[in-house]
Design a protein around this ligand. Structure first.
Ligand SMILES: [Zn+2]
Length: 198
Protein backbone atom coordinates (compact mmCIF):
# COMPACT_ATOMS: atom_id res chain seq x y z
CA UNK A 1 0.00 0.00 0.00
CA UNK A 2 1.36 3.39 -0.95
CA UNK A 3 0.33 6.12 1.41
CA UNK A 4 -0.77 9.45 0.07
CA UNK A 5 1.33 12.39 1.19
CA UNK A 6 -0.43 15.56 2.29
CA UNK A 7 1.43 18.69 3.35
CA UNK A 8 -0.61 21.01 5.52
CA UNK A 9 0.52 24.62 5.63
CA UNK A 10 -1.71 25.89 8.39
CA UNK A 11 -2.40 29.32 9.66
CA UNK A 12 -4.05 29.39 13.10
CA UNK A 13 -6.47 32.19 12.23
CA UNK A 14 -6.80 31.56 8.55
CA UNK A 15 -9.21 33.37 6.32
CA UNK A 16 -9.75 30.50 3.84
CA UNK A 17 -8.84 26.83 3.76
CA UNK A 18 -7.72 25.55 0.37
CA UNK A 19 -6.74 22.23 -1.12
CA UNK A 20 -4.31 21.84 -4.04
CA UNK A 21 -3.85 18.48 -5.76
CA UNK A 22 -0.91 17.89 -8.09
CA UNK A 23 -1.08 14.56 -9.89
CA UNK A 24 -4.55 13.09 -10.30
CA UNK A 25 -3.78 11.13 -13.46
CA UNK A 26 -0.45 9.37 -12.94
CA UNK A 27 1.10 10.36 -16.26
CA UNK A 28 0.39 14.08 -15.84
CA UNK A 29 3.50 14.70 -13.75
CA UNK A 30 3.74 18.49 -13.84
CA UNK A 31 1.61 19.36 -10.80
CA UNK A 32 3.81 17.38 -8.43
CA UNK A 33 6.87 19.15 -9.76
CA UNK A 34 5.29 22.59 -9.36
CA UNK A 35 4.14 21.88 -5.80
CA UNK A 36 7.43 20.36 -4.66
CA UNK A 37 9.45 23.19 -6.24
CA UNK A 38 7.28 25.71 -4.45
CA UNK A 39 7.30 23.98 -1.07
CA UNK A 40 11.10 23.73 -1.06
CA UNK A 41 11.44 27.49 -0.80
CA UNK A 42 8.13 28.82 0.49
CA UNK A 43 7.53 30.41 3.88
CA UNK A 44 4.51 30.26 6.22
CA UNK A 45 1.22 31.38 4.72
CA UNK A 46 0.23 34.89 5.76
CA UNK A 47 -3.49 34.63 5.18
CA UNK A 48 -4.87 31.20 4.35
CA UNK A 49 -4.33 27.56 5.21
CA UNK A 50 -3.39 25.50 2.18
CA UNK A 51 -3.19 21.71 2.03
CA UNK A 52 -1.11 20.22 -0.77
CA UNK A 53 -1.27 16.70 -2.16
CA UNK A 54 1.65 16.57 -4.63
CA UNK A 55 0.67 13.17 -6.02
CA UNK A 56 -2.64 11.40 -5.47
CA UNK A 57 -2.02 8.66 -8.01
CA UNK A 58 1.19 6.69 -7.42
CA UNK A 59 0.97 4.90 -10.73
CA UNK A 60 2.88 6.32 -13.69
CA UNK A 61 -0.06 5.88 -16.02
CA UNK A 62 -3.34 7.72 -16.30
CA UNK A 63 -5.22 5.13 -14.22
CA UNK A 64 -4.22 3.83 -10.81
CA UNK A 65 -2.69 0.41 -10.17
CA UNK A 66 -6.14 -1.18 -10.20
CA UNK A 67 -6.77 0.21 -13.67
CA UNK A 68 -9.28 2.81 -12.49
CA UNK A 69 -9.51 6.42 -13.63
CA UNK A 70 -9.68 8.18 -10.25
CA UNK A 71 -11.48 11.13 -11.81
CA UNK A 72 -14.42 8.83 -12.65
CA UNK A 73 -14.64 6.94 -9.34
CA UNK A 74 -16.26 9.54 -7.07
CA UNK A 75 -19.66 8.65 -5.58
CA UNK A 76 -21.66 11.23 -7.54
CA UNK A 77 -25.29 11.02 -8.59
CA UNK A 78 -24.22 10.59 -12.21
CA UNK A 79 -21.76 7.73 -11.62
CA UNK A 80 -22.31 4.86 -14.04
CA UNK A 81 -20.31 1.72 -14.60
CA UNK A 82 -18.42 2.32 -17.80
CA UNK A 83 -16.62 0.19 -20.30
CA UNK A 84 -13.15 -0.90 -19.26
CA UNK A 85 -11.29 1.77 -21.25
CA UNK A 86 -8.99 4.70 -20.38
CA UNK A 87 -11.80 6.30 -18.40
CA UNK A 88 -12.91 3.21 -16.49
CA UNK A 89 -14.59 4.41 -13.29
CA UNK A 90 -14.22 1.16 -11.34
CA UNK A 91 -16.58 -1.66 -10.44
CA UNK A 92 -18.29 0.58 -7.88
CA UNK A 93 -18.12 4.28 -6.99
CA UNK A 94 -15.63 5.12 -4.24
CA UNK A 95 -13.94 1.73 -4.63
CA UNK A 96 -10.40 3.16 -4.79
CA UNK A 97 -8.31 4.09 -1.74
CA UNK A 98 -7.18 7.35 -3.34
CA UNK A 99 -10.80 8.38 -3.83
CA UNK A 100 -11.77 7.28 -0.29
CA UNK A 101 -8.88 9.38 1.02
CA UNK A 102 -10.24 12.48 -0.71
CA UNK A 103 -13.86 11.79 0.21
CA UNK A 104 -12.83 11.55 3.89
CA UNK A 105 -10.67 14.67 3.62
CA UNK A 106 -13.51 16.68 2.10
CA UNK A 107 -16.05 15.40 4.61
CA UNK A 108 -13.71 16.26 7.47
CA UNK A 109 -12.71 19.78 6.40
CA UNK A 110 -14.57 22.81 5.17
CA UNK A 111 -12.56 23.80 2.13
CA UNK A 112 -13.28 27.19 0.61
CA UNK A 113 -11.80 26.13 -2.72
CA UNK A 114 -10.05 23.19 -4.35
CA UNK A 115 -7.58 23.28 -7.22
CA UNK A 116 -6.42 20.29 -9.21
CA UNK A 117 -3.71 20.25 -11.86
CA UNK A 118 -4.01 18.19 -15.01
CA UNK A 119 -2.66 18.30 -18.57
CA UNK A 120 -2.74 18.89 -21.56
CA UNK A 121 -5.85 20.85 -22.61
CA UNK A 122 -4.73 24.42 -21.81
CA UNK A 123 -7.93 25.46 -20.10
CA UNK A 124 -9.22 26.47 -16.68
CA UNK A 125 -12.33 24.42 -16.06
CA UNK A 126 -14.49 25.13 -13.04
CA UNK A 127 -17.28 23.43 -11.12
CA UNK A 128 -19.44 25.02 -8.47
CA UNK A 129 -19.23 28.75 -7.63
CA UNK A 130 -15.64 29.14 -8.82
CA UNK A 131 -15.94 31.84 -11.47
CA UNK A 132 -14.23 34.45 -9.30
CA UNK A 133 -11.34 32.13 -8.46
CA UNK A 134 -11.06 31.14 -12.14
CA UNK A 135 -10.69 34.82 -13.12
CA UNK A 136 -8.07 35.39 -10.43
CA UNK A 137 -6.24 32.23 -11.52
CA UNK A 138 -6.22 33.43 -15.12
CA UNK A 139 -3.98 36.35 -14.09
CA UNK A 140 -1.26 33.78 -13.33
CA UNK A 141 -2.11 30.95 -15.72
CA UNK A 142 -3.46 32.66 -18.78
CA UNK A 143 -5.83 30.06 -20.24
CA UNK A 144 -9.41 30.27 -21.36
CA UNK A 145 -12.03 29.66 -18.67
CA UNK A 146 -14.86 27.22 -19.16
CA UNK A 147 -17.48 25.58 -16.98
CA UNK A 148 -17.93 22.83 -19.56
CA UNK A 149 -14.95 20.69 -20.53
CA UNK A 150 -16.89 19.45 -23.56
CA UNK A 151 -17.33 15.76 -22.75
CA UNK A 152 -19.23 13.86 -20.05
CA UNK A 153 -17.35 13.16 -16.82
CA UNK A 154 -19.52 10.90 -14.63
CA UNK A 155 -18.02 10.34 -11.18
CA UNK A 156 -15.57 13.22 -11.53
CA UNK A 157 -14.00 15.07 -8.64
CA UNK A 158 -15.34 18.37 -10.00
CA UNK A 159 -18.88 17.03 -9.97
CA UNK A 160 -18.45 15.61 -6.45
CA UNK A 161 -17.01 18.78 -4.91
CA UNK A 162 -18.22 21.58 -7.15
CA UNK A 163 -21.61 20.59 -8.51
CA UNK A 164 -22.84 18.43 -5.62
CA UNK A 165 -21.18 20.14 -2.60
CA UNK A 166 -20.97 23.69 -3.87
CA UNK A 167 -17.24 23.96 -3.17
CA UNK A 168 -15.50 26.16 -5.74
CA UNK A 169 -13.38 23.66 -7.69
CA UNK A 170 -10.90 24.37 -10.45
CA UNK A 171 -9.33 21.93 -12.86
CA UNK A 172 -6.32 23.61 -14.41
CA UNK A 173 -5.33 21.74 -17.56
CA UNK A 174 -1.82 22.93 -18.31
CA UNK A 175 -0.34 23.36 -21.76
CA UNK A 176 2.31 20.64 -21.90
CA UNK A 177 4.03 22.34 -24.86
CA UNK A 178 4.89 25.38 -22.73
CA UNK A 179 8.39 25.49 -21.23
CA UNK A 180 8.25 23.63 -17.91
CA UNK A 181 10.42 26.11 -16.00
CA UNK A 182 8.35 29.07 -17.15
CA UNK A 183 5.21 27.28 -16.06
CA UNK A 184 6.88 26.35 -12.78
CA UNK A 185 7.52 30.04 -12.07
CA UNK A 186 3.92 30.92 -12.90
CA UNK A 187 2.61 28.26 -10.53
CA UNK A 188 5.02 29.40 -7.81
CA UNK A 189 3.53 32.88 -7.97
CA UNK A 190 0.03 31.42 -8.08
CA UNK A 191 0.60 29.33 -4.94
CA UNK A 192 1.96 32.42 -3.20
CA UNK A 193 -1.22 34.23 -4.14
CA UNK A 194 -3.35 31.37 -2.79
CA UNK A 195 -1.53 31.39 0.54
CA UNK A 196 -1.18 35.13 1.07
CA UNK A 197 -3.83 37.03 -0.86
CA UNK A 198 -6.82 35.07 -2.11
ZN1 LIG B 1 -5.96 14.51 -16.12
Amino acid sequence: MNSIKIIKKENSNYSKKLLVIGVFHGDEFQGEYFINSYLEKSTSPKKNSVYYIPRLNNNNQRKNRNGVDLNRNFPTKNWVKSENNDYFGGEKPNSEKEVQFLVDLIDGNKFDAIITIHSPYKVINYDGPAQDLALKTQKFINYEITSDIGYPTPGSFGTYCGKERNIPTLTIEIDETEDLEILNQKFGKYFEFLENEY
